[in-house]
Design a protein around this ligand. Sequence first.
Ligand code: ADP
Ligand code: MG
Length: 704
Amino acid sequence: MSAAPTPPAVHASRDPGLAPVSSLPGVGPALAATLAKLGLERLQDLWFHLPLRYEDRTQISTIAELHVGDRVQVEGKVEAVERGFRYRPQLKVAISDDSRETLVLRFFHFHRAQAEQLKPGVRLLVYGEVRHGAQGLEMVHPQYQRLEGVAEPAMEERLTPVYPTTEGLGVKRLAGVIAKALALLPPDRELELIPPDLGAQHGLTSLRDALLYVHRPPPDAHLGQLTQGRHPAQQRLAFEELLTQHLSLKRMRAAVKRRHSPALGGDGTLRARLLAGLPFRLTGAQQRVSDAVAVDMARTHPMLRLVQGDVGSGKTVVAALAALAAVESGHQVALMAPTELLAEQHLRNFRHWLQPLGVEVEWLAGKVTGKARTRALERVAAGAPVVIGTHALMQEGVEFARLGLVIVDEQHRFGVQQRLALRDKGLEGDQVPHQLVLTATPIPRTLAMSAYADLDVSSIDELPPGRTPVQTIAISNARRAEVIERIHAACHEGRQVYWVCTLIEETEQLRAQAAEVAHAELSAALGDRKVGLIHGRMKPREKQAVMDAFKHGELAVLVATTVIEVGVDVPNASLMVIENSERLGLAQLHQLRGRVGRGAVASNCVLLYQPPLGMLARERLQVMRDTNDGFRIAEKDLELRGPGEVLGTRQTGQLSFRIADLSRDAHLLPAVQEVGAQMLRHHAGQAERLIERWIGGAARYAHA
Ligand code: ADP
Ligand code: MG
């Protein structure tokens, strides 16, 4: 893309959307400041601030026809008023209408003046939700207005929008401001930023009509459809929002791609020696992905590649090959993992593979301190070829001599910003390192193309041969004793067992305690079998000692928290028990289960659950029993939980949509990608304005 973002001022004269909210009549500095808290600074922010839901005040219902749960408008005359103080002050107002039925309005917070106005005989227009009360139907804290000297109350002509708002700004006031802004909505030819021919090709309807519709739907609008966001007007807006997100990621990518990187072609000698020494041959998928990586790295512009592969698909060796290509070319490699345990696992693998080739591997985690750290930093600054660590790699004081490649494992745990921070460690002039991102979270293709539009995506879609699928069963915690019997039997056969304790959303300390309790229970139940314990509160050295003991078969059972979720590789462990499995999401269960089934023996996974199971939990456990396929599980996860959860936090905010919902609107993505490509090529200025319109401040940040 050619243009840097155009500062708003340039457009202000011809683009009414960029005018500040304070240009609206009745919006003074105080109101403008409150609006700014909602991110509403310009008229277009108001246009795109969409209702959460709608109220139907286009008609009046009779009291006789009300049902519990209805949100309706009723007109009636006050029959009786009662003020009570039994438990807390309350005001009960009985009204009746021509249907001669009674409805009770109940207030817990009210002013005295308010109570005094509600006298028998007063006519009211009331809106609220109908509930069961002690004396028949009632509304708690309905909205109401007194009808004085009005023969016929005026009905709204449209559904009433209810906007998300903030402290100190009433819904009505906000709706008023938005209505004023909408009155200034320009005609389509000015409002529309998607070129008309492109829009027409994909059947896009008028943006102006779509906005007016969603802000003020007609009385006969399909409320169900609107509530689900499936109305064509909403879909039109969702399209534009998805398009904007796509453009913004593509723009970020383009900005990086314009930079230069060292061509890391290498002569292949180290790689050939690594391959010759491996006890296995690469799978076809590993080979294909490695080739793509090698091609990228030989270029003088940065590689931006995401490699996704199911647990156990063999991503590590692909990363090692990429690292060696950099080393062959005389450059440094940094490998960053999100947890110390995972980083340590990589350290061991890399040392095991690379040291025989004469390639030193440096270790730089947060726990490396004092003299050891100083020396490590010196070696890194002097050009140590491969450096492995946690986020400590990005800290100040870490200087590389010739960083050529950054490998980030399990990217969904890092934000985009963190990834960029590490990349910037290698910044020299406009030179940036190549980037390789590894993730074990398989992402459905459409979603990947959208959420990772800034990266090229390769999939290792084949497992190494000789793996037997894990058999999974779900068992109620009431049958815990049987499960412990199974562990006995498995140990008797020489198999090793993981027992995973899960306590989500609690502190590391509570997690550790739960694991200690389970450890005591299992130690007692299993007699002379040795049971180990590992959790996040232990020192790296202690963790390592436990992992080593387990790996060498000295421990029969390993009680662990979810610290073992990623990376841990003990092929002889073939039974896993996951406690409270009903509390975990599919992706996490799949990751955990991936710790077994890594050898040739048949493996089993027992999902212990605490009954009764909710619908969602039941469905999740069923999916786990039905399939081992990470991609299918990811699709299902997306369906059950939505994309935010599936992708983890991408911290640039592009995934917090106002309207779009990737699982609901995925069908729009192919067209979004097509229109996006055309716009970047031929309409870069419009693309900028779209980003400014929908993302605003966040987009300005993305340029930093
Ligand atoms: P992940 O993709 O989950 O990071 P790993 O790289 O840890 O997977 O590989 C899992 C296991 O499979 C390791 O023990 C690794 O040595 C082994 N492995 C990797 N590639 C192959 C292959 N082509 N054939 C056989 N085993 C392989
Ligand atoms: Mg791995």
